[in-house]
Design a protein around this ligand. Structure first.
Ligand SMILES: [Zn+2]
Length: 263
């Protein structure tokens, strides 16, 4: 039976010479793989609705298992900034791979779908991609089976900051209990403050106030440690993002070095 449904394209890959397999996160049926004939040929009628990270309405045949099929598509949200800005796109691609890793195929997951949709909308509005990605990383931890305490010290329940993060204790430590973990991560208080706040608010409440590059780098170090220690997945889009960040870091260092000094 033909169905009408909304979805966000996760990725597409070439199949045989002219066809493609497109994975779409649909609101109603979860993530599904679609077979699209002749998509690799120019001027395919659904070409612009099968670009990764766009949101569209589709008409097609949904099969519970195996491949599903599409007959028509119309654009709901093209996400122009996500498509055109390479930094924003790299973060969006990373978020989409995280989402794809955490949800089970062919099982509806409206909560994660709506979150993903909102994250793309915020990225497209120009909100800080670092902060949005961190929010999603924290939110999805539960889906990866990781429960962390962010709002108060794991040992005594104190909410008084500064906090630091303890991998061993699965959460934050207050200053009184820094000694409970000799391998605490020594994350800067500002980065801990922002991350702990992100863990406690809704995505629509995220305000991207000016956060310095140093603080963003600290937040990245924290999230990388958490994902390395508890989740242990290595995503291609994340390696790409890391290379990009490394290039930016070197570029900033170069600019600083070349800055003329006032006599
Ligand atoms: Zn404490």
């Amino acid at each position: 039976m033909r169905e009408r449904f909304e979805g966000i394209v996760l990725f597409k890959r070439k199949h045989r010479e002219h066809d493609a397999l497109v994975k779409i996160f649909t609101a109603a049926y979860g993530t599904k793989m679609f077979f699209v004939k002749r998509l690799e040929k120019p001027n395919h009628p659904m070409g612009s609705q099968l670009i990764p990270l766009t949101m569209n309405e589709y008409i097609g045949t949904i099969n519970q298992e195996g491949l599903s099929f599409l007959t028509e598509a119309s654009t709901i949200q093209f996400n122009r900034l996500v498509q055109s800005d390479y930094t924003v796109q790299a973060y969006a691609a990373y978020i989409s791979q995280l989402v794809d890793s955490v949800v089970d195929d062919n099982v509806p997951n409206l909560l994660v779908y709506e979150l993903f949709k909102l994250a793309l909308a915020l990225l497209n509005e120009g909100k800080s991609p670092e902060i949005i990605a961190t929010y999603i990383e924290i939110y999805l931890l539960k889906g990866f089976g990781v429960q962390l305490k962010w709002d108060a010290c794991v040992i005594c329940g104190a909410k008084q900051q500064p906090f630091d993060f303890s991998i061993r204790q699965h959460g934050v430590l207050c200053q009184q209990h820094f000694s409970e973990d000799e391998f605490r991560l020594h994350i800067s208080p500002k980065a801990m403050y922002i991350t702990s706040l992100l863990a406690q608010i809704k995505l629509e409440q995220v305000q991207t106030v000016n956060v310095s590059q140093e603080t963003l780098a600290e937040i990245r170090r924290l999230m990388d440690e958490i994902y390395k220690e508890y989740v242990g997945i290595r995503l291609k889009s994340k390696s790409y993002l890391d290379q990009m960040l490394e290039k930016d870091r070197k570029f900033i260092q170069m600019l600083k070095r070349d800055k003329p000094t006032a006599e």
